[in-house]
Write a protein that binds this ligand. Sequence first.
Ligand SMILES: [Zn+2]
Length: 426
Amino acid sequence: MKNSFMKGNKLRLISLNIIIILMVIFSLLSLGKYKVVTVDPIAMNVRTGPSIDFDIQSQVKKGDKLTILEEKNHWYRVKFNDNDTGWVASWLVSNKETSPATNIAAKINTPKTNLREDPTTESKKIATLDKQTKVTITKEQHGWSYVTVDNKEGWVFSQLLNVENNKQQEKDLSSETLFARQDGTKIRTEPSIDSQVLTTLGRGEKIHFLENDGDWYQVKTANGQKGYVANWVVSFGKPNKHNKITSIAETTIVLDPGHGGYDAGSLSNDERIYEKNVTLKTALAVEKELKSLGANVIMTRRDDSFISLSGIAGKSNRAKADVFISFHFDSSQHPNEASGTTTYYYNEKDIPLAETVNSHIKQELPLTNRGTEFGDYQVLRDNHQPALLLELGYMNNDGDAYLINSKDYQKKVALAVKNALMDYFE
Ligand SMILES: [Zn+2]
């Protein structure tokens, strides 16, 4: 009796030891697979969950180290600032080219620095900035920074800027006015998103800057209340339509060039232009524009191959796409009896997306706009993500066919979709 009790105890002790040893080995193994990455864009949003539907909880800045804990739908859950965890878009860590909403104080470090309309030396000059001019960086792309300065905004080559560190900022920014960048900007009791909300501000509403506290500002409201506001939701310049927070860099967009392979789609009246070729060229032009903003773009095909309709929606569902767009060109029963573009949606919840995209198509494309319509298409029906199907002109209309096959029109489509999605994700 005594013996067997001892035996059992010993066995238990041994198995406990083995469990402890195994636990140590496993934790060492799992520690080993954690990858540490360094933030390369000027700043990136950290969210409470793996998509842009979740709130921004913090930002990480260039040079910060992130430990990747897990991956889900192309988002990484990371550890940062020693003990905080949150989610970042994985492609922004790996492509290192574009950063989403930021609000970084910087100074021009070179005399006669050009402020330009686009991030290229060929683009139009908006202004010439003196050395030491203070600017606010709101995003960065391919080595260029988008800045606001004295109610103007535009692109400056990033190397011509010195980013201010917090100490300098504290000195320079005292007695300055901050503006809320969006409706519902929260002033809290503590510098943390877990703390109580004192009051909320409307877009453009003024508050008084008191001091820096990490990624937060201590502020005083117009009626004298003291509190904290996250530095990524306010700006030192009055906000206008261009410096709203845009999250497009954090989105996954699936583009579907209609038809392909043995399925040519519709043909032009002279049978020289195939719908499948025009849809591919158009979608590739859109891909280029969206990638320039840092978005994660997934193409359902990139060459002349056939993808089943169920496979197309599946791709969008698996990627948990923020938006899916299928590109097509129409055909009427008789040649040259119809012309123009139509935006199709299937789910009622996609009507706001359809309206936004269609309003840009209407404004920016030269063809007649036939509006938005319900469309019972399988790529929309099987899609669980926000989805549209665009018919961007008629293949069997001689005028439309000539236009839609041109690079110029495809570029216009690309810009219209880009501008629409910037609106949609602002
Ligand atoms: Zn088609």
